[in-house]
Design a protein around this ligand. Structure first.
Ligand code: FAD
Length: 313
């Protein structure tokens, strides 16, 4: 019997591309228009560089447009009842900001769990909400694993399925949106401002998973700003995730909650789950169950801790 054994191969080399550094949003939009179909944007580069090294894109981009030269996209300010964060603001800048720290707890908790401090100096909020979908198979340097993506039934039923979508597959073999920040922003009811329009975050992601992205961004559209409505003082927020390691690990599941509390009764609540579907998914049944109920936070925390212990997490 003869058997062909494929060699293990890690493509760690970037192929050639032209590197362009626009100084304004207009210049970046013009470049995207000029090199339509052959250019990709880069912000912190922490997701797109590994994606380029692993050659996950069906067509390797000829031009990389680095947005980091656009200083006007770097800010955090309060204006007209919104917290406005420029797309090039880094996670470190978000975590150092006193307004975010005091009022947008779900966002800080999500940013803290997203990567170690060194990487937070690079990662931007714009790049994070637009980052490529994740599947253990697609992002695996071993081509044998990557070939298996053509058989989603194997992946879902028998394979390394702890990181995959549990609410249905897609043409990318059950890939998921792993952005912790996107989950927190969804619970906080944020909006994404682009060079063309303002999109509520619940409409920003689509179920149909593309190889490079599952956002509804059109070609040539750039995210400029994230807007978060200032939460009422009665709103309690939290973000939590389960992962095998503290950092440099995708969430197996993440969740963010914003609950409008009157005394200890939940009047209204938004709950979102991440890393289990191609987009942050709203837990409407849980929301309906909680509405009007009394919540004893100390008891809840104890219950969740026990649950984590039981699962050995
Ligand atoms: C060592 C390491 C550890 C990590 N750990 C975790 C982790 O534990 N959990 C986790 O969830 N993630 C983790 N990540 C992934 C990380 O969260 C993302 O890589 C990062 O937030 C992406 O931001 P960026 O600015 O680097 O985006 P980039 O890599 O520059 O871009 C990502 C994508 O967004 C597009 N893009 C960027 N900016 C814009 C814009 N303004 N408008 C439109 N499109 C845009 C790019 O074209 C690209 O497709 C880790 C990454 C690294 C390198």
């Amino acid at each position: 019997m003869s058997m062909t054994v494929k060699p293990y191969y890690f493509s760690d080399k970037l192929s050639n591309f032209d590197y362009l550094i626009p100084k304004s949003i207009e210049e970046a939009v013009d470049l995207l228009q000029k090199y339509k179909g052959s250019a990709k944007l880069m912000a912190g580069g922490t997701n797109i560089i590994p994606a380029l090294r692993l050659k996950i894109f069906p067509v390797y981009p000829e031009k990389i447009i680095n947005l980091k030269g656009i200083k006007e996209l770097k800010y955090i300010k309060e204006e007209s009842g919104f917290l406005k964060i420029g797309a090039l603001t880094t996670f470190s800048e978000i975590l150092e900001n006193k307004i975010v720290d005091s009022t947008y707890k779900a966002l800080t908790e999500a940013a803290l769990t997203s990567a170690p401090p060194q990487h937070r100096n690079l990662m931007t909020i714009g790049g994070e909400v637009c980052k490529e979908p994740y599947s253990w198979y697609m992002w695996n340097p071993n081509p044998i694993a990557r070939e298996l993506i053509s058989d989603p039934s194997y992946i879902a039923n028998e394979g390394m399925n702890q990181y995959l979508s549990i609410f249905g597959g897609s043409d990318m073999g059950y890939a998921v949106n792993i952005s912790n920040i996107a989950v927190a922003l969804s619970a906080l009811n944020a909006k994404i401002v682009t060079t063309q329009r303002t999109i509520p975050i619940e409409e920003f992601y689509q179920d149909k998973m593309g190889v490079t992205s599952n956002t509804i961004l059109a070609e040539g559209e750039i995210v400029k700003e994230i807007q978060i409505p200032k939460p009422d003082k009665k709103i309690k927020q939290a973000f939590m995730r389960i992962s095998f390691r503290k950092f440099i690990d995708e969430s197996v599941v993440s969740s963010a909650i914003c609950a409008n509390m009157s005394s200890d009764t939940i009047e209204d609540v938004r709950i979102f789950l991440g890393s289990v579907d191609p987009k942050p998914i709203r837990a409407t049944q849980a929301e309906n169950f909680l509405k009007g109920k009394k919540l004893l936070l100390t008891l809840l925390k104890k219950h969740v801790k026990n649950l984590f212990k039981e699962q050995h997490l």
